[in-house]
Design a protein around this ligand. Structure first.
Ligand SMILES: NC(=O)c1ccc[n+]([C@@H]2O[C@H](COP(=O)([O-])OP(=O)(O)OC[C@H]3O[C@@H](n4cnc5c(N)ncnc54)[C@H](O)[C@@H]3O)[C@@H](O)[C@H]2O)c1
Length: 432
């Protein structure tokens, strides 16, 4: 299918997945990025991120000629009809989304766009951004469409190819529908809205999911006190279709590249419009408490003082199936532990670089396997739900570790296996 060339600006988790998937649907896609090494490596078929199925799609796209990578947004937009902006919108430090990169790219590409081009924001951007970008681009013959991305890291390709829905919003509804057509073969419901609603949908969806997790984590805390079990509680909740089974697992708090910045950005939007949103504030507070509770458990496990104690961390990424460490609860917990003088040795299947040498996480030493991380440790803390931890050979761990205690921040380990290996299990939201 060829309906007009597609340019994707920014080849991160969202841009690369979108570009490769759109190419596999038969579209002609050119992806542009500012990092020369990334462009060179992608052009050679090397995918720098861990996403199930992405390597194969990139290889397929390069081989078919449907997918290519170029340096710079200006080069990518040449002759393009559809321009997807998949650029970073990080927290500006004040809770708001930092739109400087999105604005700069809009300014850069404005004069270069083909007449009739459609610029599509796939980045998560605050309400009113489409209007602002229209002004920056300053072209009557170019339409702006908001098309938020709902993919989840680790299953991004699957999410893109089998979306629950495709949302397109614009003041130009014909342009919105045209963008929706690019996904037509996926058979997902198309939700056509105003640009403002579309921009809000993404924030509302992420904040709602974060709220659900914070709620479950607070119930888990309460369960410990009243003698209940969070696993049993959620088992009894999940079959109610009004609740559902997703985002109903207790854990060390939510994190990642989206939820923290998006909940903050939504709170800032509410604040800017003088709308009180206590539920959102509580969602963020409860998330901080969830991390603090894990730290409390780890501290208690070593006798109340972390100074000089070695904590073995099983898992560093913000969730399983991804190599993304951005705002990972495990890293935030590490910082709290290090702040109290703990020594940290971690194992994560996707973290091979020496984090010790990294300026971002100087307090963590990375081990090559979970047993090595646990060697001589004073406590083990399981923080990311990598499936391999569920089957870990705890008898082997027991041989060289210094501890008899495992804090299971994901409730993954079988209490029987832990006990059989001679450890004490400290779970979340359940009785030890
Ligand atoms: N990661 C997710 O799971 C996810 C899901 C849905 C939505 N989003 C949103 O999508 C957007 C992108 O997120 P991401 O995780 O893919 O980010 P990312 O940091 O992984 O990727 C961004 C890419 O943009 C490139 N870039 C930066 N400046 C550029 C410029 N001037 N020109 C061209 N390329 C440039 C970077 O080099 C990088 O490759 C954000 O707004 C995010 O909130 C992310």
């Amino acid at each position: 299918m060829t309906v007009g060339k597609i340019a994707v600006i920014g080849t991160g988790y969202v841009g690369l997945t979108s570009g490769a998937c759109l190419a596999s649907l038969g579209h002609q896609v050119v992806c542009g990025d500012v990092v020369p090494e990334k462009v060179a490596s992608l052009s050679a078929g090397h995918v720098p991120i861990l996403e199930d199925g992405l390597d194969a799609l990139v290889a397929e796209g390069l081989a078919s000629g449907n997918l290519s990578f170029v340096l710079g947004a200006d080069v990518a937009v040449k002759g393009a009809k559809y321009i997807f902006l998949s650029l970073p919108t990080p927290d500006d430090g004040d809770g708001r989304a930092d739109l400087s990169i999105v604005r700069a790219v809009a300014k850069q590409i404005g004069p270069l766009l083909e007449p009739g081009a459609i610029v599509i924001t796939k980045s998560t951007v605050p309400v009113g951004t489409a209007k602002k970008l229209e002004k920056i681009i300053g072209r009557e013959d170019v339409a702006l469409v908001s098309n938020p991305e709902f993919l989840q890291e680790g299953t991004a390709v699957k999410n893109f190819m089998k979306p629950d829905r495709v949302v397109v919003g614009s003041s130009d509804l014909a342009a919105a529908r045209e963008v929706g057509e690019l996904y037509a073969s996926l058979g997902a419901p198309l939700v056509v809205t105003s640009a403002e609603s579309s921009e809000m949908i993404k924030y509302a969806a992420n904040a709602f999911l974060a709220m659900k997790l914070s709620f479950v984590n607070s119930i888990a805390a309460l369960a410990e006190e009243v003698g209940a079990d969070i696993q049993e509680i959620t088992r009894g909740m999940k079959d109610d279709p009004r609740i559902g089974d997703k985002f109903l697992k207790a854990g060390p708090g939510w994190g990642g590249s989206c939820f923290p910045k998006d909940t903050n950005a939504l709170a800032a939007i509410a604040d800017d419009h003088d709308i009180r949103f206590p539920l959102l504030d509580a969602t963020v507070t409860a998330n901080r408490q969830a991390k603090d509770r894990v730290v409390d458990k780890i501290r208690a496990a070593v006798g109340g003082d972390l100074e000089g104690k070695t904590v073995a961390l099983w898992g560093l990424t913000f969730k399983a199936g991804t190599d993304d460490l951005r705002d990972s609860p495990a890293l935030l917990i590490s910082k709290l532990l290090a702040g109290e003088g703990a020594l940290l040795r971690a194992y994560d299947p996707t973290v091979h670089e020496d984090l010790e040498a990294s300026a971002r996480n100087p307090e963590i030493t990375v081990a090559s396997d979970p047993h090595a991380a646990a060697e001589g440790a004073d406590v083990i803390a399981l923080l990311t739900e990598w499936p391999e931890f569920a089957d870990i050979d705890l008898q082997k761990t027991a041989v060289s570790t210094g501890t008899r205690t495992i804090v299971d921040g994901r409730n993954m380990l079988s209490p029987e296996a832990v006990t059989a290996a001679g450890f004490t299990l400290i779970p979340l939201g359940r009785q030890p």
